[in-house]
Design a protein around this ligand. Structure first.
Ligand code: ACO
Length: 328
């Protein structure tokens, strides 16, 4: 049975930076409040006319090139997003058209946990022999779903995409995965129009499609679930946290990251933090952060990495991945 290993990685961040100083001019907030409550200094915003599938295609092509492959080699595309181009067709189909890829392609919706869910799908597809090379993309244009008059949410989110090519191999790269969901928290974080929130002129005028979040409840959920699943997934692999080179948590709030690291007793230098420069990029966060580690030369073959996601649904997921590529 083939295993899934990381063969290539890439990312894309839109050029436009939206700073806390600019947000101070838009809503009643301050750089001091945003920095101390969240750790965010700036976030990226997709250009006019740039959609989630555009960001996905740029990150995807970078990952395919990094793997030394051509678009025609990709046998499946799994795209995680919570800010799709449209409800239908899938953002994955938009992305493959832009990449020149022709293979089964579909979206996975698990909010900020989406990349870890997509990782499970890719690993299973490779193990089942359905594809040799699977492109997993996390792509978000979150700012398109944000009400820029709502200070409680508009300071938090940013746009971007990260992508990873997983290829069939004789030894595991993706070693253990744990996923979870609790639908009783479905109302805590919602966004977009759909069958339960149909679009109409009145609904648009009321701002019904904008992202809404019960921040405190999500915060409490995150600091409980992240340490729990991190410990579980590491134990599943027969390891301890001392064996882990990098802990890559979803970046929603620096205080969540620090509280989780403290609970786990993992030293700060092994916990990756990228939130200051990009805010919460939902499903794109984990692959963007992994690519940042790789391009900075901070990953070497044999490094054990734990990625942990949590988000709307409520959903959560963690995976242990052995880095098998050479250093960048
Ligand atoms: N600037 C200034 N003041 C603000 C702002 C702002 N941008 N936003 C809120 N406030 C005010 C509130 O109005 C409130 O004022 P009040 O006391 O007069 O009522 C005060 O600040 C405190 O508000 P809280 O919501 O209690 O602030 P808190 O410390 O909880 O921080 C935050 C809010 C940052 C949203 C935090 O709760 C959080 O990070 N939660 C987790 C969010 C998260 O993880 N989301 C992503 C999930 S992943 C996904 O699926 C997308």
């Amino acid at each position: 049975m083939p295993f899934a290993q990381i063969a290539g990685i890439g990312s894309y961040l839109p050029e436009r930076r939206l700073t806390n100083a600019e947000l101070e001019q838009m809503v009643d907030t301050s750089d001091e409040w945003i920095t101390t409550r969240t750790g965010i200094k700036e976030r990226r915003v997709a250009a006019e006319g740039e959609s989630t599938s555009d960001l996905a295609a740029k990150a995807g092509l970078a990952a395919i090139a990094d793997a030394g492959l051509a678009p025609a080699d990709i046998g499946m595309v799994v795209l995680a997003t919570s800010s799709p181009d449209l409800a239908m067709p899938s953002t994955a189909c938009g992305a493959i058209a832009k990449m020149g890829v022709a293979c089964p392609a579909f979206d996975v919706m698990a909010a900020c946990t989406g990349f870890v869910y997509a990782l499970q799908v890719a690993t299973d597809a490779i193990a089942a022999g359905r594809a040799r090379h699977v492109l997993v993309v996390g792509a978000e244009a979150m700012t398109r779903y944000i009400d820029f008059t709502d200070r409680a949410t508009c300071v938090l989110f940013g746009d971007g995409a990260g992508a990873v090519v997983f290829s069939a191999a004789d030894a595991p790269g993706v070693r253990c995965i744990r996923l979870g969901a609790d639908g009783s928290g479905a109302d805590l974080l919602t966004s977009g129009f759909g069958a339960a929130n149909p679009p109409s002129a009145e609904a648009c005028a009321r701002g019904d499609g904008y992202l809404k979040m019960a921040g405190k409840e999500v915060y409490k959920f995150a600091v409980r679930v992240v340490p729990e699943i991190t410990e579980q997934v590491v134990a599943d692999c027969g390891m301890t946290l001392d064996d882990v080179r990098w802990l890559v948590p979803h970046q929603a709030n620096e205080r969540i990251t620090q509280a989780c690291a403290e609970r786990l007793g993992v030293r700060d230098e092994r916990v990756v933090s990228t939130i200051a420069g990009m805010g919460n990029t939902s499903a794109a966060t984990i692959p963007l952060t992994l690519d940042g580690l790789y391009t900075a030369g901070n990953l070497a073959a044999g490094d054990e990495i734990v990625v942990v996601g949590f988000g709307a649904g409520l959903t959560w997921g963690a995976a242990v991945i052995r880095w098998t590529k050479e250093a960048c």
